[in-house]
Design a protein around this ligand. Sequence first.
Ligand SMILES: [Zn+2]
Ligand SMILES: [Zn+2]
Ligand SMILES: [Zn+2]
Length: 242
Amino acid sequence: MKRFTRDQALRETRALLGEQGAVKVITCSLGTGPGGVRRCSAIGIHDADCRGGAAAYVVGIKYEIGPVHLRTISHRGEGSTWEIALADAALHTHRLGCAACKSATKMADLCEHGRPLLDAFTRARTARFRLPNGRLSAAGLKAEAATRPGCVRLAYARSTGLLVGLYRAHEAGIESDEETPWATVCEEHGGVVCHTTRKLAEGWMVEPETWCPVCQEARGGPKAYPDGPAPGGGAQKTKDEE
Ligand SMILES: [Zn+2]
Ligand SMILES: [Zn+2]
Ligand SMILES: [Zn+2]
């Protein structure tokens, strides 16, 4: 895969952010985190398993402070490649001005402009994990899950072939009762349902067409949401419509 050079990244940044657009590269170092574990100083840009010394790419807007004219960059996007940093900056810039996307930890809240930007960002971030069929490899699913708040697992549903996530509802910012702390999310359509146990939730991950309204429609109209046991066994509860 061909990567942007610094000059190309700068051109793209200026096209996105205007003439004040600027780029910089930071090299991460290792620090000591909780429990004496050595951690990358660019965590959030790099993967959790970064060994240090890797480049972190930043795009943003330059400004000068005070009498010494200290030049600095206000970060708009960051990533482990220029492509990721640019895609991040495009999404971030949109969110700054978009009422629908401001509370964007909730994926389903994105507007019709925000959604393609989020997809582009996810694609850029996961490019190195893509298989020839466009799906993420097992390592890619794991890495992507690690970047999403509350996400414990991502998998392709057996029935629809679409990406489905398993989340701790509270950590993910998904509204849910105490007795149903586990949420399955259709990543494609934003359909959500909450469950009493992790085992039960994992059981329902395999067939999102029983609980995601859009998957349901795509499969030829309503298939009644079953009252009976999940493929994993037990009962479940539907999230209220908002
Ligand atoms: Zn690092
Ligand atoms: Zn938006
Ligand atoms: Zn769906």
